[in-house]
Ligand binder design. Sequence first.
Ligand SMILES: [Zn+2]
Length: 452
Amino acid sequence: MPQKRMAVPAFEFRRIAEDHREEITALAGDLVRIDTTNTGVMPTGNETEAASYLQRTLRAAGIEADVWGRVPERGNLFAALEGHSGRIGLVLVSHSDVVPAGDAAQWIHGPFGGVIADGHLHGRGAADMKGTVAAQTMALILLRRRNVPLAHTVGLVCVADEEAGGAYGMGWVARAHPDRLRAACCLNEGGGSFVRVNGQDWCLLGVGEKGRYEVAATFHGKGAHAARPWQGDNALYRAAAALALLRGYDHERDTSDPIFALLSEVVGPVVPSTVDEVIVRLPRESARLADHLKQVSRMLITPTLISGGVKSNSVPDSCRLTCDVRALPHQGPAYVEDLLRRLLPDADMRIDQTAVANSSPASADILEAASDILHRIFERPIVAVPTLSGGFTDSRFIRELGVRAYGWTPGHPESDPGRHHAHGPNEAVAIQDLVIQTAAYMEMAVRFAAAG
Ligand SMILES: [Zn+2]
């Protein structure tokens, strides 16, 4: 789709969003109060309640919305502001399910109260990602109320089951309703945080994700009575040797992530042999960037589970060690398997790929649009920088369709992301972040849908 550089719209999106701060906050709070805990074991999720609530809210604003699901209780929301071209310019993507709250006693404001305190909305899903669901929904509603003219359609897709693999959410949507995703571009979670380097502000835009593998290595020995252990071969010691080896193992560095090209312009050349040194030299104000650079410059192998033995007085004949492996996009399944088999040659190995590494091109149109929008919203230069995300999201299903997807949920650079506590107790999101997101999504929608 041709992207023409849009003239500054007659609308000031940040001001419009600020004027609707209460409405955005109320919608986000209502969503947090709908318990959509996803344990990964059916029956679970209950996302239809959240999807239906969004459907009613959108319909009340005059926007057509549907709830469809693989099963009735796990609904996915589809809404659209129709353009006249018959093409989709942008789809805003999110998920309505949340991870379990854990021990409610550890929550100061309770996990499902949706309490507003000290400028934040508190509760499970506030940051991941019901606040963004509200911002995306309000962006559509406010565009409709203002009758902003659109050539192309702006879609909204809020799915179930992101937190447990997507079989009832985006995995199903991409198969059953791929046409709702076939846009010039989709925006999802998986980016949008701010980092500082050499006095510059960068906003990370997720263009890809590392792959995730679960490796189960079983070490075999020989059982015996623990009173005569020399008659056996203790499998725990074999696993211990493997653990020691993994602890000392350091995979080769890689600087193919596009962020390193930009970093090189600021701090001098960054190549695999110098990347660790560059990271260590970054000042304190760049701590978040340093953390990110570590993630995207190497494969990570982390032992996470261990089990072995059957009885306290028997020498165990087997021990199973499970590792979480995060691989860069070019380190595919064959590469990972070959590496693990070389590292742990005496183990029986089972390797499951739980998320395929994936990426979209770091295209100029989205990077320019994001930088420009941030510049206008904050009235100072903030550069959108393309990079991988260390975790994974539903974007992999969208990219498999050949559709560009980007991780971008920009908040306010002065908000403290340390308060998000996503997946932990006391999750919270700054209200100002939701206002900024609403403005940013409105403007992004106009940029991708207003071109003639
Ligand atoms: Zn999420």
